[in-house]
Design a protein around this ligand. Structure first.
Ligand code: SF4
Ligand code: SF4
Length: 310
């Protein structure tokens, strides 16, 4: 049994983008823990944005009852569903020294540890996106990561996760058993294909109970006040993008509907005409492309992954 598995309360934080299945995976994980007789919790945390936006999900697993219902600031385990977040979000914030970080990436764990300066942590990597594409025919890497989690932490058995994954999907895919089978295959491959840095090479520090550093309500900024206006320009929502709108000026009829509808003001206008897209701030929601008149079709959404391959 791993050292993490010996702790009474284990806290897990998922980093993903909305639409990658982290909420579902956290639910399955909690259900499986309950089935194994543990106390468990699963909480998603979404921002105000939609598909493609960074989001969090939290799990608490324990052998004893616990009473916290907050987000997790000092996790024992971090699971990174979208590897691009490694460069844009401080995913290791609060992660305890010696804690696990499980990353969806084709990189070997030693290379990942070097590249993202993860020396104080136990690093595991699994190419969950490739597994998902090969088994599920789409890049939804949550289920292979659950398999990887079971293998490296020893907190839950593969068999229990298989039971709960199947049960969860049965409601939705009752008439498509091949989808359930593909997910179980993805789970098993995540379990078998995860690699990790030799655990003996890091010191494990097990801390006492979790502290929650939250501000009192009197210290918080009053609601409705914007203390520093125009900071949204500094926030590069372009890093959230899974799909990119490609603008074709030859087809554009300058109806300006894309400019009107874009929630991030990412459609660039010059002298009253659309001239392109601000990719630093376009988050790839696709609304502009939907609004573009079918006869013009001047905006086409293309997967970022496809563009990167070219
Ligand atoms: S996809 Fe279009 S509507 Fe959405 S943020 Fe980008 S430019 Fe704006
Ligand atoms: S909606 Fe399409 S046609 Fe209209 S301005 Fe935008 S890109 Fe051009």
């Amino acid at each position: 049994m791993s050292v993490v598995a010996q702790r009474k309360l284990v806290e897990i934080r998922w980093h993903a983008r909305a639409g990658q299945g982290a909420k579902t995976a956290a639910n399955i994980l909690a259900q499986a823990a309950l089935r194994e007789g543990k106390y468990a919790q699963s909480i998603p945390e979404f921002g105000p944005e939609r598909r493609g936006a960074p989001m969090l999900a939290f799990n608490r697993l324990s052998d004893e009852p616990f009473y916290m219902h907050s987000g997790i600031t000092e996790p024992d385990i971090v699971i990174v569903v979208d590897p691009h977040l490694m460069d844009t979000i401080p995913v290791t914030d609060g992660l305890k020294p010696g804690g696990w970080i499980i990353i969806n990436t084709p990189l070997p764990p030693e290379e990942a540890q070097e590249r993202w300066e993860l020396k104080p942590y136990r690093v595991a990597t699994v190419d969950a996106s490739t597994i998902a594409r090969e088994t599920l025919r789409q890049d939804i890497p949550n289920v292979p990561l659950l398999g990887a989690f079971a293998r490296v932490t020893g907190l839950l058995s593969l068999e229990t996760l298989q039971t709960d994954t199947a049960q969860r999907l049965e409601k939705r895919f009752r008439d498509r058993p091949q989808v359930i089978e593909a997910n179980l295959k993805a789970l098993e491959r995540g379990f078998n294909e995860v690699r990790w840095v030799d655990a003996k090479s890091v010191e494990i520090a097990i801390e006492g109970p979790v502290r929650i550093a939250a501000k009192g309500w009197k210290e918080l900024v009053e609601g409705g006040i914007i203390p520093e206006p125009a900071t949204s320009i500094m926030y590069r929502t372009g890093s959230w993008r899974l799909e990119r709108p490609i603008f074709d000026p030859q087809k554009c009829v300058q109806c300006l509907m894309c400019w009107l509808i874009c929630p991030d003001s990412a459609v660039i206008l010059e002298n009253g005409k659309v001239v392109g897209i601000d990719y630093d701030h376009c988050k790839g929601c696709g609304l502009c492309s939907l609004q573009c008149p079918p006869k013009a079709k001047a905006l086409t959404m293309v997967l970022e992954a496809e563009l990167n391959e070219k």
